[in-house]
Design a protein around this ligand. Structure first.
Ligand code: AHG
Ligand code: MN
Ligand code: MN
Length: 335
């Protein structure tokens, strides 16, 4: 029988053999994975656990919160605040940063997360997930503040997501490619099910919310219009479309079989650069996609090179199969 490699063993080997991660970071990732396991349990119970429905509150972005948005946020904070490896956390569901309370030792890492991605899918039993990103405190920093989080995505030391779908799958990078782990519910552990994930460079599948078409900018319209013309059009091939409305699930499909995902800037709210958040959605996903051989831009610039100026900053996102992302990006400079 093939040897089963648990997440714990994978991380120990990343630390020991490959020398990629310090032990503090390994422990931090173990704790994040444990929190995801517990969120997965809550998601699984659904109506039986009383976790469905709205929480009757709004987050800082003016979005209605679901019960699970709040539960997942609390699970991640409670799991991570006492371990001694973190200085502070930031989340989609909290306006300011969460500094590790003084009663616990502080470490040198910063954890950012979208505790529950795809909130509109919770109540309809469609895949949702958790996205996370790990940064290091800038050196010689005495006290942690919001400014410490404003680092470009290229500074991430770990990033990942956990998708709660037919299977619960944790997808992780520490800068040495992308590995996937499937939750074995009987054993209660994540087991390595794919290493060296590679996104095919070409694809015939795009993911975008087509209902916003009339609001898009010209380069995105041109790209989708050419896809829609299929075999008879300039691309000379038929395209397929998918839109799950959970970034985690759309990105997971792209990680598995390729594709391009876009949530571009649009004219509905011209002052907003996009819908998705840079620090805890676009950066971790952008790095994972790059680590799997794909590309991620905002149409004009590599996502990971963007210098953030705000914790909840939004960004236009184009990511996935390299040749398609490069094509859409090139349309932005020619138009
Ligand atoms: P969240 O649930 O964390 O607010 O994120 C939802 C995001 C993303 O997951 C998804 O791709 C997108 O919003 C869906 O947006 P539309 O409902 O506009 O399609
Ligand atoms: Mn999200
Ligand atoms: Mn969310």
């Amino acid at each position: 029988m093939a040897k089963r490699i648990s997440l714990t063993r994978y991380l120990v080997e990343q630390q020991r053999v490959a020398g990629h991660i310090p032990s503090e970071l390994r422990l931090l990732l173990e704790v994040v994975a444990r929190a995801c396991k517990s969120i997965s349990q809550a998601v699984n119970k659904g109506a039986l656990g009383g976790v469905l429905g709205s929480a009757d509150s709004e987050n800082v972005q003016g979005e209605m919160q679901k019960k699970l948005d709040i539960i997942a946020n609390e699970v991640l904070i409670e799991a991570n605040e006492w371990g001694g490896h973190l200085a502070a956390m930031a989340s989609e569901e909290m306006e300011g940063i969460y500094v590790v309370p003084n009663r616990y030792p502080k470490g040198e890492y910063l954890l950012l997360f979208d505790p529950l991605d795809g909130s509109s899918n919770i109540d309809v039993n469609v895949s949702i997930g958790t996205i996370f990103s790990v940064l290091k405190m800038p050196e010689d920093d005495r006290g942690v503040d919001e400014g410490d989080f404003l680092q470009p995505g290229s500074h991430q030391v770990a990033a990942g997501y956990c998708v709660y779908g037919p299977q619960t799958t944790l997808v992780l990078t520490v800068g040495d490619g992308v590995a996937m782990f499937t939750l074995d519910r009987e054993q209660g552990s994540f087991v390595l099910t794919q290493e060296n994930v590679r996104i095919p460079e070409d694809t015939k599948e795009f993911a975008i919310n087509m209902s916003n078409m009339r609001h898009w900018d010209e380069p995105v319209r041109r790209y989708i219009d050419e896809c829609l013309q299929g075999k008879e059009g300039p691309r000379g091939k038929d395209f397929n479309m998918r839109w799950i409305a959970s970034m985690v699930a759309d990105v997971h499909r792209i990680m598995t079989r390729g594709g391009i995902f876009m949530y571009p800037w649009d004219k509905r709210e011209p002052n907003k650069p996009g819908k998705l958040r840079l620090l805890y959605e676009a950066n971790p996903m952008g790095w994972l996609v790059e680590q799997a051989g794909g590309a991620a831009t905002n149409g004009r610039q590599r996502i990971l090179d963007i210098q953030p100026t705000q914790l909840h900053e939004r960004v236009s996102v184009i990511l996935g199969s390299k040749n398609e992302v490069e094509r859409v990006t090139s349309y932005h400079s020619t138009l």
